[in-house]
Design a protein around this ligand. Structure first.
Ligand code: B12
Length: 799
C-alpha cells in the first residue's frame, strides 16, 4: 500500500505520530558509551520493548525500530550479525505494536561518500539493500530513512528500498543552523530530489530544536507536493561539561508542533532528547485541528547535490560545449578515458554563468556507459551546477541518472513510441526533467502546429508513466536558415504554442539556425531575441559567447523578469567588476601562478601535479607553498565561510593540495640530503581536529633539516601524545590546531604533558593561534609557519 493511502485510510486523514528518541532514552537507562545500541535488541530486548510500549501509550501511531546504525560496517567487528540485530529489532517493535505500524529505521552508514570520502555509491547501496531486505522479511510496515546529511547517500538508500522491497519509504534529512545539511544541500533541493525519487513523505529530523527548524520546515512546505514529516530534537543540543543536554520541555515542544501542523506538516515525532511525554503532549496539542490539504506544486526544477535551478520567467542557459561533435581534442580524450577536458569545461561554464551543463560523451568506439558514469562524477567533483545528461543511448542515460547526485535533465526523449517507452521509465525512476524533441517517426514537421502536436503527444504519454508536465522541457528544434529558411519562424511559433497551450517550459539549440551562413553570430543573436520573445526559457548556447549572454541579460531586464535590473546592474556596472577582481588572488598571466592557485580553488586534482612540477623548475618548494598553495587555501576558506562553497568543495580543494604537495615533498626530500639526525620531534594535530595539511608541511621541512619526526597524525587523543613522548624520550612536541573549538584540546594536551612531569618543550601552530594565545595555553613556543618551526627546533637541539 502506498503511504498516501495509509494516511487517508488507516489514519483517517489525521496527523500521524511517530515515536520519540530511542538513543537518549537508552542513555537514561544506563547504556554504556561505546556499546552499539542496536545490540540491545538481542541482549536487552525487554528494555527496548518497554520504551516502545511507553511511546505507544503516549499516542504514537508508528513505532521506529531500534536499528538506526545496524549496518554491515558498524557490525563488522561485532559478535552479532546485522541480520540478527535487525530481525530482533523488528520483532521487539512488532510484539508490542498491536495494531500500530512498525517502521524499519535506517540511519546513515557513518562513512563519507565519494568523491569527498571513500564509500562508493554502489557500496552504500549494497549496505542499505541488506538492511531493507532483512527488515521487510522480519515484518516492517514502512521504511524510514533518517538523519541523512548527505543527499547522495539518501539517494542510495531510497533506490535500495525501491528496488528491493514494496514498502512505503519516508526520508528525513538533518540540517545545520545555517539552513543546509553538512554536505551543503538546502531544503528546497532535498525536496526536488527526494520527491523525484518517489519517496512517500519527506522532511527533517534531529538537527536542531523545533524553533530553529521552523524556517527549514517552511521552505520544505513551500516546495513539497507530498506529506511533510518533522521530528525535532528537544532543543539545541548543549554540552554542560559532562554530557549533552537539551533545554526544551515537552509543553514548549508541543506548542511548536502545533504551529508546524497549522503550517501544513502532516507527520510528527521526536528526535534526540525527547521522551514519551513529548509525544503525549504533542498529540494532545493537535486535538481538534485538521491537517491542511497538501497542494501539488508545479515548479520545473533541476538540481545538483546542493543547489536548485527553478525555471521561472527569468531566462537562463544550458552550456553546450561538452559534446564531441566537431571537437578533435575532446574526442581523443574520450578515447583515452580522460575527464580533463570535461572538468575544465565545467569549471569554465560555471564562470560563464551556465545554469545547466550539457554532458555528451557519445562516441561510437567507446564504452559510453563507463564514460558517462566517470564524467558525471568528474563534473560533480568540481562544480555544483545541474547537469543535462545528453545521450542517444537509453542505457547510458540510465547509468548517468543513477550515479548523478541531484535531479538532472535527461536529454532527450522524442515523439517516437519506441523512444518514449525506453526513456520515460528512467525519468520516472530517477526523478529528472526531460527534454522533449518535437520529432517523431515521420521526422520534424515543417509547421509550428505539427511540432506542437508532437509536444502534446509527448506530454500526454508521459502522464501515463506518472511524469507531470512540469518535468518536461520541450525543444521545438531550430532548423537552418540556409537550407530551410521558410521554417525558421515556425520554430518560434511552435515555442509560443507550447508555452501558451501546453503551459510547458521550452529549450532550444539556438545556433543550429546559422549553419552554413557567414558571420553566424549575427543570425544567432537575432534568432535568440525572437525566440526569447516567443517564450523560450532555457536556450542552449555557448557560454563563452558574450553577445548571446548579453542578449539574454538584456531580455531579462526588458521583459521585467530581472526585477529592477538588479542582475543586469551587478553584472555590467564597472564598480562591481573591480570588487570581484580584487577579491580573487592576484593573477599573473605570464607565470604558472594563476594555474596552480586556480587549480586548487577549482579543485582540479588531475592538473595539480603537472602544474607543481612546472613551477618547481623555477621556484623553491617553500616559495610555492607560501605564495601559491596557502593563498589559494585561504581564499577557499573565505568562500567556505561566506557559504559560497560547501564541505565537498572544501574537501576537493584539500585533496588537490595533497596532490601538489606530494610533488613538493619529493622535491624537498631530494634536495635536503642531510643524514645527520639532529633530534626526535613528535608532531600531532590535536584531538577533534582533522586539519593536517599545515602539520604535514612542518613535518617535511623538519625532516628536510635533519630532524626525525614521529608523526602521530590528526585527531590525536591526549594520552597518545603523552605515551609517545614517554616512549621515545622526546624533547620537543609540536601540536597543531586549526579551529577555535580545538584549541582547548591543545591546552589539555599540554596540561597532560606537564602533569606527567615530562621534560619536553612544546611548540604550537595553526591558523587560529597567535603568540599571546600560545602563551596562555602554556606552550613554550609559537610558530607562525613551517620555517619558524625549524628555527625553534634548531634552538632546542642545535644551539
Ligand atoms: C583545507 C581545509 C579543510 C580540509 C582539511 C583537509 C586536511 N587534510 O587538512 C577539510 C575539508 C577536511 C576541512 C574540514 C573542516 N573544516 Co576546514 N578548512 C580548511 C582550510 C580551507 C585550509 C586549512 C589549511 O590547510 N591551510 C593551509 C595550511 C598550510 O595552513 P596552517 O594549517 O595554518 O599551517 C601553517 C601554520 O599555521 C603552521 N602550523 C600549522 N600547524 C603547525 C604545527 C606546529 C607544531 C607548528 C610549529 C606550526 C604549525 O605552519 C603551517 C605551514 O606554514 C581552512 C581555511 C584556512 N584558510 O585556514 C578551513 C577551516 C580551518 N575549516 C574550518 C571548518 C569549520 C571545518 C569543518 C568543521 C567543516 C565542517 N562543517 O565540517 C571541518 C572540520 C572537521 C574537524 N573535526 O576538524 C574553519 C575553522 C573555523 C574556526 N576558526 O574554528 C576554517 C577556518 C574555514 C572557515 N573559514 O570557516 N577543512
Amino acid at each position: 500500500m502506498i503511504f498516501k493511502d495509509l494516511l487517508n485510510n488507516k489514519f483517517n486523514n489525521k496527523f500521524v505520530f511517530f515515536d520519540g528518541a530511542m538513543g537518549t532514552m537508552l542513555q537514561k537507562e544506563g547504556l554504556k558509551v561505546g556499546e552499539l545500541p542496536e545490540t540491545l535488541n538481542i541482549t536487552n530486548s525487554e528494555t527496548i520493548k518497554r520504551i516502545h510500549k511507553q511511546y505507544i501509550d503516549a499516542g504514537a501511531d508508528i513505532i521506529i525500530t531500534n536499528t538506526f546504525g545496524a549496518n554491515e560496517l558498524k557490525y563488522s567487528a561485532s559478535e552479532y550479525s546485522v541480520e540478527d540485530v535487525i530481525t530482533a529489532g523488528v520483532n521487539n517493535a512488532r510484539e508490542v505494536a498491536d495494531e500500530k505500524l512498525v517502521a524499519l529505521d535506517i540511519g546513515p552508514t557513518g562513512q563519507i561518500m565519494e568523491p569527498s570520502g571513500t564509500l562508493s555509491f554502489q557500496a552504500a547501496y549494497e549496505l542499505f539493500k541488506k538492511q531493507v531486505i532483512i527488515g521487510e522479511r522480519a515484518g516492517a510496515d514502512v521504511i524510514l530513512i533518517e538523519t541523512m546529511s548527505d543527499l547522495y547517500e539518501a539517494k542510495a538508500a531510497i533506490l535500495a528500498v525501491k528496488e528491493n522491497s514494496s514498502l512505503p519509504v519516508l526520508c528525513t534529512m538533518t540540517f545545520q543552523e545555517d539552513g543546509r545539511t553538512l554536505m551543503g544541500t538546502d531544503p528546497k533541493t532535498m525536496v526536488f530530489v527526494l520527491e523525484g525519487l518517489g519517496v512517500d513523505a519527506l522532511g527533517v529530523n534531529c538537527s536542531l530544536g523545533p524553533k530553529e527548524l521552523m524556517p527549514i520546515v517552511e521552505e520544505i512546505l513551500e516546495y513539497a507536493s507530498i506529506p511533510v514529516m518533522v521530528q525535532p530534537n528537544a532543543g539545541l543540543p548543549r554540552y554542560d561539561g559532562e554530557k549533552t543536554v537539551y533545554d526544551i520541555k515537552a509543553g514548549e515542544f508541543a506548542e511548536y508542533i502545533k504551529i508546524m501542523a497549522q503550517k501544513g506538516v502532516r507527520i510528527f515525532g521526536g528526535c534526540c532528547g525527547t521522551d514519551p511525554e513529548f509525544i503525549n503532549k504533542s498529540v494532545a496539542a493537535l486535538k481538534g485541528i485538521s491537517p491542511l490539504k497538501i497542494e501539488t506544486k508545479s515548479f520545473t526544477a533541476i538540481t545538483s547535490g546542493t543547489d536548485t535551478v527553478i525555471l521561472d520567467d527569468k531566462v537562463r542557459f544550458i552550456g553546450e560545449r561538452i559534446n564531441p561533435t566537431g571537437k578533435k581534442h575532446y574526442k581523443q580524450e574520450l578515447k583515452e578515458k580522460s575527464v580533463n577536458y570535461i572538468q575544465s569545461e565545467a569549471v569554465k561554464q560555471k564562470e560563464e554563468g551556465a545554469a545547466v551543463i550539457d554532458l555528451n560523451v557519445g562516441l561510437p568506439e567507446i564504452d559510453e556507459i563507463e564514460m558517462i558514469t566517470k564524467a558525471v562524477k568528474a563534473i560533480q567533483k568540481v562544480v555544483q551546477i545541474p547537469i543535462s545528461i545528453d545521450s542517444s543511448d537509453p542505457e547510458a542515460i540510465e547509468a548517468g541518472a543513477r550515479i548523478y547526485n541531484g535531479k538532472p535533465i535527461i536529454n532527450s526523449v522524442n515523439g517516437k513510441e519506441e523512444t518514449m517507452k525506453k526513456i520515460f521509465p528512467i525519468v520516472k525512476k530517477y526523478g529528472g526533467c526531460v527534454i522533449a524533441l518535437t520529432i517523431d517517426e515521420n521526422g520534424i514537421p515543417g509547421s509550428a502546429e505539427g511540432r506542437f502536436k508532437i509536444a502534446e503527444k509527448i506530454v500526454n504519454e508521459a502522464r501515463k508513466y506518472g511524469i507531470d508536465k512540469k518535468d518536461i522541457i520541450v525543444d521545438c528544434l531550430a532548423l537552418t536558415a540556409s537550407a530551410q529558411q521558410k521554417e525558421v519562424l515556425e520554430t518560434v511559433k511552435a515555442i509560443e504554442l507550447v508555452n501558451e497551450r501546453l503551459g510547458v517550459k521550452t529549450t532550444l539549440g539556438v545556433s543550429n539556425v546559422s549553419y552554413g551562413m557567414p558571420r553566424r553570430e549575427i543570425l544567432n543573436r537575432a534568432f535568440l531575441s525572437i525566440a526569447l520573445y516567443a517564450g523560450l526559457n532555457l536556450p542552449i548556447i555557448n557560454g563563452a559567447d558574450e553577445e548571446m549572454k548579453d542578449t539574454i541579460n538584456a531580455f531579462n531586464v526588458l521583459s521585467n523578469t530581472d526585477k529592477e535590473g538588479n542582475d543586469y546592474i551587478s553584472k555590467y556596472s564597472d564598480r562591481k567588476n573591480e570588487v570581484t577582481n580584487e577579491k580573487k588572488p592576484s593573477v599573473d598571466q605570464k607565470e604558472n601562478n594563476k594555474e596552480l592557485k586556480q587549480i586548487i580553488i577549482d579543485g582540479m586534482e588531475e592538473d595539480a601535479e603537472a602544474s607543481t612540477e612546472e613551477l618547481l623548475k623555477t621556484k623553491e618548494p617553500l616559495e610555492i607553498v607560501n605564495n601559491y598553495i596557502i593563498p589559494a587555501l585561504d581564499y577557499v576558506g573565505e568562500l567556505y565561510e561566506e557559504k559560497e562553497i560547501f564541505l565537498p568543495q572544501l574537501i576537493q580543494s584539500a585533496e588537490t593540495v595533497k596532490k601538489s604537495f606530494s610533488v613538493i615533498k619529493k622535491s624537498m626530500l631530494i634536495k635536503g640530503e642531510s643524514n645527520i639526525e639532529k633530534g626526535k620531534i613528535v608532531l600531532a594535530t590535536v584531538k577533534g581536529d582533522i586539519h593536517d595539511i599545515g602539520k604535514n608541511i612542518v613535518k617535511v621541512l623538519l625532516e628536510n633539516y635533519g630532524f626525525k619526526v614521529i608523526d602521530l597524525g590528526k585527531d590525536v587523543p591526549i594520552e597518545k601524545v603523552v605515551e609517545a613522548v614517554k616512549e621515545h624520550n622526546i624533547k620537543l612536541v609540536g601540536l597543531s590546531a586549526l579551529m577555535t573549538t580545538t584549541v582547548i584540546s591543545m591546552k589539555k594536551t599540554i596540561e597532560a604533558l606537564r602533569e606527567n612531569n615530562l621534560q619536553c618543550k612544546v611548540f604550537v601552530g595553526g591558523a587560529v593561534l597567535n603568540e599571546e594565545y600560545a602563551e596562555m595555553i602554556g606552550a613554550d613556543f609559537y610558530a607562525k609557519d613551517a620555517r619558524e618551526s625549524v628555527r625553534i627546533a634548531e634552538k632546542i637541539f642545535v644551539e
